[in-house]
Ligand binder design. Structure first.
Ligand code: PEP
Ligand code: MN
Length: 348
C-alpha cells in the first residue's frame, strides 16, 4: 500500500507512521516528491490497523496497491520516475537516445562508432562486452577487455556507457566500469541476476523477455526495486510471435500501456525489435509517438562485417540521418531531443 503524507505533516508524525509500519513488519520505500512525501509499504496487510493510519493527523490518504508489483506500480509514485545518469535525466521531457554497436569488437571499431554517435547527438553509448549468444560457438564478446575499451570511449567522448551483465558474476565489474547495467531479454527472469542488479548502485535497463507477458516483465522490475534500487528503465525489444518475416514483433502497444501501469521510464529497441536495418528508423519514430522515453539503437561503422547483429545495425550516417529526422517527431510527442540548442550533425 501507499501512504501519502500531508504536505505539512511534521517530521515526528512521518517518523511515527514509518516506525509503526516497520513494527508491523513492512519494508518501506520512501519517495520524496516535489510536493508530497509518499511511503510505499510492502508487507502483509493483515497486520495493518487501517483505523490508526487513516485517523493519524499527518496522513492524507492510504491507497492499497492491488497489483502484484507494488513498487513498480503507477500508484506507488505519484510523479513519473526520473533516472539520473550524470547530467542526463531519463524519463523527463527529453527523449534519451542510446546508440552503439551490438558488441565491442576492437578499440578502433568502438572509437569510431562512439565518435560518430556522439556527433549525431546520442546521449549514451551502448556496446556489449559480454554477449548472450544463441550458439556457444558464436563470438561471446571481448569480456573485460571490452569493458576497458568502453571506459576509454567514455573518456574520449564524455558519453556515459550502458553494457550488459549476462550473469551474476559480472554484475560488480559491469557496475564498476559503466553507468547503466543492461539486463538482456534472455535473462529477464534470471532472479538471482535481477537481485544482484538491485543491490548495485547503478541504474538498470531491463529488457522485456522474448516471451514475457507485460505482468511478468513488471514483476522482474519489482525484483530489482525490492532490493532497494529505484533506478529501473524498462525496454521493449520485441517479442516472439508466429511471424517470421521480422526477427521479433515489436510490441508498441505495450509501450503505451506500460506507461499507464508504472511510473518507470520506458525505452524501445527497434534494432532487436525488427532485426532489419530498413525497419529501424520507421519503428524508432513510431516508438516516440507511442510515448517512449528513449531509444536504444545498434550502430556499426561497417554493418556487413559486424561480428553480431549486422543486419539490424545502422551505419553512422544512417544513424545521423535518423537523429535529424526525429527532431520534429520528438517535438510532436511533447519532448525535445538535444541537451542544448545545438542541432545534431546532419551528415547523410
Ligand atoms: C543486445 O542489446 O545486444 C541484446 C542482446 O539484446 P536483447 O537482450 O534484447 O536480445
Ligand atoms: Mn545485438
Amino acid at each position: 500500500m501507499v501512504i501519502v503524507m500531508r504536505s505539512d505533516a511534521p517530521k515526528e508524525s512521518v517518523q511515527k507512521v514509518e516506525q509503526t509500519l516497520k513494527d508491523w513488519g513492512f519494508k518501506l520505500h520512501t519517495i520524496e516528491g516535489v510536493e508530497k512525501r509518499v511511503i510505499a509499504a510492502v508487507g502483509d496487510k493483515r497486520r495493518v490497523d487501517f483505523g490508526f493510519l487513516e485517523s493519524h493527523s499527518g496522513v492524507e490518504k492510504v491507497v492499497p496497491i492491488l497489483s502484484p508489483y507494488k513498487l513498480v506500480a503507477a500508484e506507488a509514485h505519484p510523479e513519473k520516475s526520473q533516472v539520473r545518469v550524470g547530467d542526463i535525466r531519463i524519463g523527463g521531457d527529453k527523449l534519451v537516445v542510446m546508440a552503439g554497436p551490438c558488441a565491442v569488437e576492437t578499440e578502433s571499431q568502438l572509437m569510431e562508432v562512439a565518435d560518430g554517435v556522439a556527433r549525431a547527438g546520442a546521449h549514451v553509448l551502448r556496446g556489449g562486452a559480454f554477449k548472450p549468444r544463441t550458439s556457444p560457438y558464436a563470438f561471446q564478446g571481448l569480456e573485460d577487455e571490452g569493458l576497458a575499451i568502453l571506459a576509454q570511449a567514455r573518456k574520449a567522448t564524455g558519453l556515459p556507457i550502458i553494457t550488459e551483465a549476462v550473469d551474476i558474476t559480472q554484475v560488480e565489474r559491469v557496475a564498476a566500469s559503466s553507468d547503466i547495467i543492461q539486463i538482456g531479454a534472455r535473462n529477464m527472469q534470471n532472479f538471482g541476476l535481477l537481485r544482484a542488479a538491485g543491490r548495485s548502485n547503478k541504474p538498470v535497463l531491463l529488457k522485456r523477455g522474448l516471451s514475457a507477458t507485460i505482468q511478468e516483465w513488471l514483476m522482474s522490475a519489482e525484483y530489482i526495486m525490492a532490493e532497494g534500487n529505484p533506478d529501473v528503465i524498462l525496454c521493449e525489444r520485441g517479442i516472439r510471435t508466429f511471424e517470421t518475416a521480422t526477427r521479433n514483433t515489436l510490441d508498441l502497444s505495450a509501450v503505451a500501456l506500460v506507461k499507464t501501469m508504472t511510473h518507470l521510464p520506458v525505452f524501445v529497441d527497434p534494432s532487436h525489435g525488427t532485426g532489419k536495418r530498413q525497419l529501424v528508423a520507421p519503428m524508432a519514430k513510431a516508438a516516440v509517438i507511442a510515448g517512449a522515453d528513449g531509444l536504444i539503437i545498434e550502430v556499426h561503422p561497417s554493418p556487413e562485417t559486424a561480428l553480431s547483429d549486422g543486419d539490424q545495425s545502422l551505419t553512422i550516417d544512417e544513424f545521423s540521418k535518423l537523429m535529424y529526422e526525429l527532431v520534429p517527431i520528438v517535438k510532436l510527442a511533447g519532448k525535445s531531443l538535444t541537451n542544448s540548442e545545438e542541432k545534431p550533425d546532419t551528415r547523410g
